[in-house]
Design a protein around this ligand. Structure first.
Ligand SMILES: [Zn+2]
Length: 896
C-alpha cells in the first residue's frame, strides 16, 4: 500500500454541514421514480422539521462545544429554548463558509472561481434566482447534499390538509400557537409512537399538500457539499417553515447510487455504501445525531423488484398504465439518514426449490462468464432474455408476515413456509431468553415501537427473511445463504437476544460491489465472493466464509444499527464488535463444543494478527488510530456541523485496522473478564443502549463499572485509550498473545503440512525432469478453509516453490473450488512464483471477486513480468465499467 503523499484535509475529511443544533428533520417523505434509461432518480422529499433544543452558546461562537443534541431527535425539547440560540447560528454559518473555503453563501459564482478551483466545480453550484435577496441575518437551513440537481424548494400549506385540523393540540405545541402551520406540524411530530399508523398517514397527506400561498418564499443555494435554504425575513429556526418540499434529480454519476448491471447482465441500481452516504440520493441531515423516521414511495419498471430498509415487505401496486409499479416502505424507529438503503433490479427471490424454468437458465449461466458479455458502450442497457420473476407474477413478493404487528393482510401462498423453513432444524428451538423480558426493560431511547419491550419479539429466534439474487447465482445463493441464514439468525438470537429489526432481506449484489457485505436496517448486501465456490454436494464444507460473513452482517443489527456510533471516526464501535461477534455467532451456528470454539478462535486470531501487523507496517501512522479525534471525539460546532476525519481518503477505504484492532481490543477485554461474562455483558449493554448513539467511553465505562476488578488491576479508561484507541501501532498484550496463538493446535497442524510441502518442493530441485519416478507419496491432512489460508500464507513466505509442488498443491486441495479467502492466497502464490499454468485462476479471481482483488493487481504489476502485466490489463479492461469507483481509481493508478 503506497501512502498518498498529498493528503489534503479539505478533500480527505468528509464535511457534515447540516446545522442540526438549530433545527432537526424528524421525518422524511420520499417520492422517487427510477429511470433506468437516463440513470436518474427523479424525486421529491418532504422534510418535517422541528427547531433544535438549543445551542449551548458560549462566549465566542464558533468554538467547539459538547455533544450536539444528545442521543436522538426524540430527546429534543421543542419548548422554551429560544433564548439559548442567541444569534449563534448566523455567525457559525458564516465562519464555516470561510474556513472551508467553500463559496460564500451570498457570493457571486463567477468572481471566486479561480480561488476555489480545487473545491468548487461550477457545475455543482446552483441557486434559486432570488437567493441573492436573502441575507446573512436570515436563518439558513443547511442540508448535506451533493451531486443533486435541485429544481424547487417550497414551503407546504399544511392548513389545507383537512385531516390535520382534527389533531388534538399537544401541550408542548401551544408554544407555537402564533403560527398555525408550526403548531400543526408540532402536534403531528409529537404524536405517540403507538399511533404511528395514523401518524404516517398524516405525514403522507401533508407531503402532498400544495405549496404555501407565497409560493416563491423559499430560496436555495447549493455548493459542493450542501443545500442551503432561507425564507426571506425569517431570522430564527422557530419561525422557519416546518414542512419543506424539495424537488430534485440524482445525477448518473452521483456518489450515493450505483447504476450498473447485475450478473445476468440486467440493469440495476443500488445505494453504494459510499463514504458520502446518502447525500447524493436525497438532501438530508447526515450527522448521526439527526435521527429520524421515513417513508418512501418508489416507482420502478414493473419487472423490477424494489428492496429497501423498511419494516414490512412491500407489496407493489400498478401505477396506472405506466408499466411502473409502486412500492411503499417505512420505518417507525428513528435512525440516521445514512442507514437508508435502496436496491432496484431484476433479482429473483431464492427459494428452497428453484423453479425448473429458471433452472435451465441457471445451468447455462452458472459461470456468469463476463467475457461473453457485450462490453463497451453499455449505454443501450439491452435486456437479456431471462424470464422475469416479478412483473409476470407478483406472487414472488410476500405480504406482511403473520408475525408483524398490525399487518392484518392475508398472506399470499405459503409464505411462512420459507420464512421459517428452518425451524425444522430442531436444535434451533432450544434457547429461550424469555426470562430477560421479566427484568422489565426500560428503554432510554426516543419513543418508537420497540421490539425489546415486546414479548413476541423475544421469543422470535428467526425473523422473517428472504434472499434475492440474479438468476445465474440462484443455486449458489440457495446452497449458501438461504440455508445458512436461519441458522445464523437463531445463533445471533441465542448470543445477543431479541432481534432489533422485525425482518431481513439479503441481496447478492453486482460483482462490482467493493466489499464482502454491508448491513442496513432490514437489508444486507452480500458480495458474490462469499458464495461457496465448491460443488453443491459438498455439505457444510466451504461455507465458513459465507457463514461468518452473514454472522458479521447480522451482528451489525445490534452494533452499528440499533446502537450506532455518535462520531463516525469511531468506526471500531461497529466493525470491531461485528468482527468479534461474527466468530461467536458463527461458532454458535455450527454448534461447536467449547474446545472447538476456542481452537477456531485462536486460529482466526492468528490470521487476523498477521493481517493487522502487515497492514500497520504498510500504512501511515495517522490512519492507524481508532479514535483520531481523541478527547474531542463526538464534539461538533455550535451549529452541529463537523467533519469526519479521513472519511474520503481512498487509502483508508481499503484498510482494516478498525475491524482488526477493534476486534483485538474486545478479545483483550474478554480475556480480562471471562468469555461468557463478556457475552453476558454485551446483552446488558444492548439492553441499556439500544436505540441510541454511543461513544467509546459509553461502552468502556459501563464495562469498568460492571467489572470493578479491572480497575484494581490498573485497567482504567485512560489506560485503554492510551494502549488501544488513541495511538498507532500494536499494543503489548497483542504481541504477547500472538505468540500463544501461533502454537494453537490447528496452527500446529498447518505447520506440519507446510513442512511436507517444502520437502516436496525441495525434492524436485536438481532432479531434472525425472520427478515422476521420484515424487514421494505423501499423505496430506485435510484442512479447513481457515487452515488452508494459513497454509498458503506460510508457503508465501518461501522464496522458492517448484512448479511440480504448486501443481500438486492446486490438485490436492482443489484450490480453484475453495472459498475466496483461500483462492486469494492461492492467486498471490501463483503470481509470486509466476506459475503461468494457473493464471486462469488469477483472471477468474480478478473478474469475479472484485471486492477482494484490488491489491492483486499491484502484485501483478510489481513483478515487471510482461505476461503478468498483460493479465492485469486484460482483467481491468473487462471489469473497469462495473467496478466500484474508488477501487477503480486505485487499480487504474497501479495498472495504467
Ligand atoms: Zn427500546
Amino acid at each position: 500500500m503506497e501512502p498518498h503523499g498529498d493528503l489534503n484535509p479539505d478533500t480527505d475529511d468528509l464535511p457534515l454541514r447540516a446545522n442540526t443544533n438549530h433545527i432537526l428533520v424528524r421525518h422524511y417523505v420520499l417520492d422517487m421514480t427510477v429511470h433506468f434509461d437516463s440513470r436518474v432518480i427523479s424525486s421529491s422529499v418532504v422534510l418535517f422539521l422541528e427547531p433544535g433544543s438549543g445551542v449551548r452558546t458560549k462566549a465566542g461562537a464558533g468554538d467547539d462545544i459538547g455533544h450536539g443534541t444528545g442521543d436522538g431527535a426524540g430527546t429534543t425539547d421543542a419548548g422554551g429554548s429560544q433564548e439559548r440560540f442567541a444569534s449563534g447560528f448566523q455567525q457559525v454559518d458564516a465562519i464555516e463558509d470561510d474556513t472551508k473555503g467553500l463559496e460564500k453563501v451570498h457570493g457571486v459564482e463567477e468572481r471566486d472561481k479561480a480561488e476555489f478551483q480545487v473545491v468548487a466545480d461550477t457545475d455543482n453550484i446552483q441557486s434559486s434566482h432570488l437567493w441573492l435577496t436573502t441575507n446573512d441575518s436570515d436563518f439558513t437551513l443547511v442540508l448535506d447534499c451533493c451531486d443533486l440537481d435541485v429544481s424547487k424548494v417550497e414551503e407546504l400549506d399544511i392548513t389545507s390538509v383537512s385531516a390535520m385540523l382534527g389533531l388534538q393540540p399537544s401541550e408542548r405545541s401551544e408554544v407555537y400557537s402564533l403560527n398555525p402551520q408550526a403548531a400543526l406540524i408540532q402536534r403531528l411530530i409529537s404524536m405517540p409512537s403507538s399511533q404511528w399508523r395514523q401518524k404516517h398517514q398524516l405525514f403522507s397527506l401533508c407531503s402532498r399538500a400544495p405549496g404555501a400561498q407565497d409560493g416563491s418564499s423559499l430560496h436555495f443555494h447549493r455548493d459542493k457539499w450542501s443545500l442551503q435554504v432561507r425564507k426571506k425575513g425569517v431570522t430564527s429556526p422557530q419561525d422557519f417553515p416546518r414542512a419543506v418540499r424539495i424537488c430534485y434529480e440524482t445525477r448518473p454519476t452521483g456518489g450515493s447510487v450505483r447504476w450498473t448491471k447485475d450478473q445476468d447482465n440486467r440493469v440495476c441500481v443500488y445505494t453504494a455504501g459510499s463514504p458520502i452516504n446518502n447525500r447524493a440520493l436525497f438532501p438530508c441531515q447526515e450527522p448521526p445525531v439527526a435521527m429520524s423516521t421515513w417513508q418512501a414511495t418508489v416507482r420502478a419498471p414493473s419487472e423490477c423488484v424494489v428492496l429497501m430498509s423498511g419494516e414490512e415487505q412491500a407489496v407493489p401496486t400498478e401505477d396506472g398504465d405506466t408499466h411502473f409499479f409502486i412500492w411503499n416502505y417505512y420505518v417507525t424507529m428513528a435512525m440516521p439518514a445514512s442507514t437508508f438503503t435502496l436496491a432496484v433490479g431484476h433479482w429473483h427471490q431464492v427459494t428452497a426449490e428453484i423453479p425448473p424454468a429458471l433452472e435451465s437458465g441457471v445451468r447455462d449461466r452458472t459461470d456468469c462468464d463476463k467475457t461473453a458479455k457485450p462490453r463497451a458502450g453499455c449505454g443501450e442497457w439491452a435486456e437479456a432474455g431471462v424470464a422475469s420473476g416479478l412483473g409476470s407474477s407478483s406472487s414472488e413478493v410476500v405480504k406482511g408476515s403473520p408475525l408483524q404487528t398490525g399487518s392484518g393482510d392475508q398472506t399470499t401462498r405459503s409464505d411462512s413456509a420459507f420464512c421459517f423453513s428452518t425451524l425444522e432444524d430442531a436444535g434451533l428451538s432450544v434457547t429461550d431468553y424469555s426470562g430477560m423480558v421479566d427484568d422489565s426493560i426500560s428503554c432510554s431511547h426516543a419513543d418508537y415501537p420497540c421490539r425489546f419491550t415486546e414479548w413476541s419479539a423475544w421469543s422470535q429466534r428467526v425473523i422473517p427473511h428472504r434472499v434475492f439474487s440474479p438468476v445465474c447465482l440462484l443455486q449458489k445463493a440457495q446452497i449458501g445463504v438461504l440455508k445458512l441464514l436461519p441458522r445464523c439468525l437463531a445463533a445471533a438470537h441465542a448470543v445477543l437476544g431479541v432481534h432489533p429489526f422485525p425482518r431481513l432481506d439479503v441481496l447478492i449484489v453486482p460483482a462490482g460491489f467493493s466489499s464482502l457485505g454491508m448491513a442496513s436496517p432490514h437489508i444486507i448486501f452480500l458480495s458474490q465472493s462469499v458464495l461457496c465456490a465448491g460443488n453443491p454436494g459438498s455439505g457444510d464444507k466451504g461455507l465458513s466464509l459465507c457463514g461468518s460473513r452473514i454472522c458479521h452482517e447480522i451482528a451489525h443489527s445490534w452494533f452499528g444499527l440499533v446502537i450506532g456510533a455518535r462520531d463516525w471516526t469511531e468506526e471500531w464501535i461497529s466493525e470491531g464488535f461485528a468482527t468479534c461477534l461474527e466468530d461467536i455467532i458463527w461458532a454458535q451456528a455450527q454448534k461447536l463444543s467449547l474446545q472447538e470454539t476456542t481452537e477456531q478462535f485462536d486460529l482466526k486470531a492468528l490470521l487476523r494478527w498477521r493481517r493487522l501487523s502487515d497492514e500497520l507496517q504498510n500504512s501511515r501512522e495517522e490512519l492507524q488510530v481508532l479514535r483520531p479525534n481523541m478527547e474531542k471525539t463526538g464534539q461538533v460546532s455550535n451549529s452541529g456541523s463537523s467533519t469526519v476525519k479521513h472519511a474520503l481518503n481512498p487509502e483508508k477505504t481499503f484498510m482494516q485496522v478498525h475491524y482488526l484492532k477493534g476486534y483485538f481490543l474486545l478479545r483483550f477485554l474478554a480475556s480480562q473478564v471471562g468469555e461468557q461474562q463478556f457475552i453476558d455483558f454485551f446483552r446488558l449493554f444492548v439492553k441499556k443502549y439500544h436505540g441510541q448513539l454511543i461513544l467509546s467511553q459509553d461502552f468502556l465505562q459501563m464495562l469498568l463499572i460492571t467489572f470493578p476488578d479491572m480497575e484494581r488491576k490498573g485497567l482504567t479508561l485512560g489506560a485503554i485509550y492510551a494502549d488501544w484507541l488513541d495511538r498507532p501501532g500494536i499494543p503489548k498484550w497483542l504481541y504477547e498473545r500472538s505468540a500463544v496463538w501461533s502454537q494453537a493446535r490447528l496452527v500446529e497442524e498447518v505447520k506440519a503440512e507446510v513442512v511436507k510441502w517444502i520437502l516436496l518442493s525441495r525434492s524436485h530441485q536438481g532432479k531434472g525432469r525425472k520427478r515422476k519416478r521420484i515424487e514421494p507419496k505423501v499423505n496430506y491432512k485435510e484442512l479447513t478453509s481457515d487452515q488452508l489460508v494459513m497454509l498458503l500464507e506460510l508457503l508465501l513466505e518461501e522464496s522458492e516453490l517448484s512448479v511440480a509442488s504448486l501443481c500438486a498443491l492446486q490438485r490436492t486441495y482443489s484450490l480453484q473450488n475453495q472459498d475466496a479467502e483461500v483462492r486469494h492466497r492461492w492467486c498471490e502464490l501463483v503470481v509470486k512464483h509466476a506459475y503461468a499454468q494457473a493464471y486462469g485462476d488469477v483472471e477468474h479471481f480478478l473478474v469475479h471477486d472484485q471486492a477482494m482483488g484490488v491489491y492483486l493487481y499491484g502484485e501483478l504489476m510489481v513483478q515487471e513480468d510482461a505476461e503478468q502485466q498483460a493479465v492485469a490489463r486484460r482483467c481491468l479492461s473487462l471489469v473497469q465499467e462495473e467496478m466500484d469507483q474508488s477501487a477503480r481509481r486505485v487499480v487504474e493508478e497501479m495498472v495504467l
